[in-house]
Each structure stands twice: as C-alpha cells, then as structure tokens.
Ligand binder design. Structure first.
Ligand code: ASP
Length: 339
C-alpha cells in the first residue's frame, strides 16, 4: 500500500468561522479529518504531520520553508509522496521555494488548499485534497508519475514554480500561462507526460539555506530618482526588477547610472516582466540593450514568485554575483524557458 505524508500548515482548507466575530481562523487536523471520512477509503496509508502553529499563509516565511524541506528530507525514504496543505495566498511562493530547495527530486510534492473551508457545504476542499492524494500516489512501472513540486487546485495540476494565485474569489485560484498544466482531473486523471520533468540520477539533495535579503523594484512611468535610489541602496544583495513588456525600462541616464552603480557595488539585479504571459528579451529593444550590456540578469518567463524565491535560494548558496547571475539565467527546476 502506498504511503503518503500530509503536511498541514494551515490555510482556508482548515479554517472555521468564529461564531462571535465571524472571522476565519485555522482549526486542527483532527477536525479536518472528521469532515472527510472518504480518506479512510483511499487505498493508501496516510500519515499526518501538523505544524504546531497553524497559520494563514500570509504569515508564511523562509524559516517555515526550511522546516518543510527538513520534514521532506526526514521522511523521504519512507513515503511515496507528500501532500502539503497550505493557504492559497502564498502557496506559489512556498512551492517555488521548495522546488529550488529540493534537488534531484524523484517523488511528488503536491501542494493544495481551498477557497472555502472543508466544513462548508459548497467546499472545493474535498476534491482538491482527495485528488492531490491520488496524484501523490500515482505510479507507472513503479515510478512516480509526477516527480515534481506541484500545485493541485480546481481540477488542474501546475508546476509549482510556474503557477501564481490569479483569482481570490473563484475556485480557479491559480494559473500558469507560461507552462502547460501537468495533469487534469475529470472522469480520468490525465497526465501530460511530455511536460512532466523526469528526475536525474542521484540522491535527493536538500538545500535549507535561503537568504531573504532581496528587494523588489517595480517600475512605473514617472518613478522618481529618489524612490529608485532608495530601493537600490537598501541593505540587500539581490534586486528583482519588474519591468515593462519584454523587459524594458526607461533609458533616462539617471536611471541607468543608478543601476550601474548598484551592480558595481556587487548587487545582482534580475529583470522579470510585469506581463504575466511572454518572456523577457534583453537587447530586443533599445530600452533593454543597455541593461544587458551592464550585466543585468535575464529572468525570461519566470513568475514573480519563482524569481523572488530563486534569488533567495541562490543568495543563500553563493557569494559571487557573477555565479548568481549565471544561475538566475539557467533553468534549474523547470522554472524558465531560455529563449
Ligand atoms: N488567507 C488564506 C491563506 O492563504 C487563503 C486561502 O487559504 O486560500 O491562508
């Protein structure tokens, strides 16, 4: 019988409305189980690790990511797959971070949660949870069908570092426009075999160290030198710059001089687009040619969530800005397509 470890961190899936204040608050895992008697009928041995402090995922942080990575490491040889119950608000950050922290992954790590609590009559939680478990235990020829960090939500399975929360009120909470879905659930569970990454040979390597000294510079027409300077001068080593279209910025000299200054100070700047679909093409327009020449890293089609967590991961592993730049531009876990 397959063994699955459910790691419960919190989120709406396990919340209940406080009778007095009507505010949604997390409940413990036993109360969740009471709402899903179907779990008993699954052909799997389910183990549960519930975090001591159950949280709304807006309180998620890199220390908890390291704890989750540690739990996966400690249980990796005993189980066939993992299901992580997590609030949807920051699920794509956690799934992206975990994808970088787990190298040579050969077992499924399936994140799920829900938009309505599991106790609600119209809840989406049961389907999400039951199918996430089905996917975590799915095998073909003794090998996991999806040896990746994924998000399962509303009948679709996404690569965890390609998805983002796109809708706060529909059951269809996630999208992944730059990469195809990995599986779809209907009458049958259909896996997109050609889009699923296969593990490379070698044991799982878990990198628990992240450095969160990252700042974000989101551009808009009219942004002032004072604002740009303050962000670039922040006491951080990495800056994720959200640019226009295919990676473009203003060509004003004050702006490019400030960027060059930050790079000369040893900072790494990563260019990702404010567009949710498409890719950064440094050098395609005059408005990005200078960025390329000064050594800004090309983020290609990475999501914001993947960009920030990849920066934290690489800053945690390396000191040399040139190595970090090169790895930012390299496809490490299927998070980007080099174009
Ligand atoms: N605020 C909740 C959370 O992220 C929302 C959800 O679970 O969907 O924890």
């Amino acid at each position: 019988m397959n063994q699955i470890l459910i790691i419960y961190t919190g989120g709406t899936i396990g919340m209940m409305s406080d009778p007095k204040t009507k505010v949604l608050r997390p409940i413990n895992f036993e109360q969740i189980m009471e709402n899903v008697p179907e779990l008993e009928r699954l052909n799997a041995r389910i183990m549960v690790h519930s975090f001591e402090h159950i949280i709304d995922s807006s309180n998620m942080n890199p220390d908890i990511w390291s704890e989750i990575a540690g739990l996966i490491k400690d249980n990796y040889d005993q189980v066939d797959g993992f299901v992580i119950l997590h609030g949807s608000d920051t699920m794509a950050f956690t799934s992206s971070a975990l994808s970088f922290m787990l190298e040579n992954l050969a077992k499924p790590i399936i994140f799920t949660g829900s938009q309505l609590p599991i106790s609600a009559i119209r809840t989406d939680a049961k389907e999400n949870l039951m199918t996430a478990i089905e996917i975590a235990k799915a095998k073909k020829f003794e090998r996991a069908r999806v040896p990746e960090v994924c998000i399962y939500f509303d009948y679709k399975l996404f690569r965890g570092n390609r998805a983002f929360k796109y809708n706060s009120s529909k059951f269809e909470a996630f999208r992944s426009p730059n990469y195809p879905i990995l599986a779809e659930s209907g009458v049958h569970l259909k896996f997109s075999i050609n889009d699923i990454r296969q593990p490379v040979d070698g044991p799982l390597k878990v990198h628990k160290k992240l450095a969160s000294d990252v700042a974000v510079l989101k551009l808009y027409p009219g942004i002032s030198p004072k604002v740009v300077k303050n962000i670039l001068d922040a006491d951080v080593r990495g800056i994720v710059m959200e640019t226009f279209g295919a990676g473009n910025t203003t060509t004003d000299k004050w702006f490019t001089d400030l960027l060059k200054g930050a790079i000369n100070d040893g900072k790494v700047i990563l260019d990702i687009s404010q567009c949710k679909v498409g890719t950064v093409e440094l050098g395609r327009y005059e408005t990005s040619k200078e960025l390329k020449d000064m050594g800004i890293a090309n983020g290609f089609d990475m999501t914001y969530e993947a960009a920030v967590t990849k920066m934290m991961f690489l800053l945690g592993q390396y000191e040399d800005p040139l190595i970090i730049k090169e790895l930012l531009e390299t496809d490490l876990r299927g998070e980007l397509t080099v174009s």
